[in-house]
Ligand binder design. Structure first.
Ligand code: OAD
Length: 263
């Protein structure tokens, strides 16, 4: 299917859909300047060992290294800007919410960078947590970011523990509320879009199947093929920062034409 035919198809689904779920991964933030994980040369996991940086064992072994790494990622996330892909998803949400109410669209993101919210999205589930929140290892209490001083690594907490980012490390449970909210959105969604994710990390990798079983149309927007490419109804190859604005432009065109077709 050509790119423009694919965009037309997804746009026509969005015109009809009362509930949409968008699953995003590191690819949607790539055009903002943040690295993905599995890109062969530039991906974070090509340069760093996740077992040395993204597990509770790594933090216990070398809290300074792990804290410095997440502080570096926090600084990068803070310094970059949402890209046209983030903004198009926010536009999609407000367009759907205007038509069908607050629950019409949910972004489930594996990203911890906060760029969807800064790009204007309101209903965002961060299933892998957020780099913008840090909590005490002893009490679990979160401290407002403004109160945190990143001048000693690791960062001591007020209760004799250490501050760690509220992100999900390998081997840790996903936040139960985030999972529950994700399943609820997946059960009712009519369109499921997988964008900028390699689709290999569970449980997010199974969300497409849950949505499909719930009767949703499925599409993927990604720079390259993934394990989902063959099973989705529409696969669009390219950069989400280009495809998503084109998709929203098409949605608006079709919506503007729709009343004329009815008369
Ligand atoms: P990956 O790095 O695994 O996949 C990113 C995907 O985005 C790849 O398939 C790229 O081809 C694609 N991509 C890159 N640039 C793009 C662009 N501009 N537009 C569209 N697609 C683009 O990242 P995730 O799937 O997010 O978890 O990885 C999932 C989880 O694995 C992460 O949340 C992280 C990681 O380990 C934890 O740290 C727990």
């Amino acid at each position: 299917m050509s790119a423009s035919k694919g965009i037309d198809t997804i746009a026509s689904w969005l015109l009809e859909a009362r509930s949409v779920v968008v699953l995003t991964g590191a690819g949607v933030s790539a055009e903002s300047g943040l690295s993905t994980f599995r890109d062969k040369e530039e991906g974070l996991w090509a340069k760093y060992d996740p077992m040395e940086l993204a597990t509770i064992g790594a933090f216990e072994r070398d809290p300074e290294l792990v804290t410095r790494w997440y502080h570096w990622r926090f600084t990068k996330a803070k310094d970059v800007q949402p890209n046209p892909g983030h903004r198009a998803l926010a536009e999609m949400e407000s367009w759907l919410v205007d038509r069908h109410g607050d629950h019409a669209m949910t972004v489930i993101t594996q990203n911890i960078d906060g760029l969807h919210q800064r790009g204007g999205s309101r209903r965002v589930i961060e299933i892998h947590g957020s780099i913008h929140r840090w909590r005490c290892t002893k009490t679990g209490e979160e401290r407002p970011l403004a109160e945190l001083r990143f001048d000693a690594f690791p960062i001591p907490s007020a209760h004799g523990g250490l501050m760690r980012p509220c992100v999900v490390w390998f081997g840790e449970m996903l936040p139960p509320e985030a999972l529950e909210a994700s399943f609820a959105a997946l059960q009712r969604c009519e369109v499921f879009l997988s964008i900028g994710t390699s689709g290999v990390v569970q449980p997010a990798a199974s969300f497409i199947e849950i949505a499909r079983e719930a009767g949703a149309r499925t599409a993927e927007i990604n720079k390259e093929t993934t394990p989902n490419t063959d099973s989705v109804e529409v696969a669009l190859f390219g950069q989400s920062g280009q495809i998503l604005p084109a998709l929203m432009a098409r949605v608006r065109e079709l919506a503007a034409d729709a009343p004329a077709r009815d008369t």
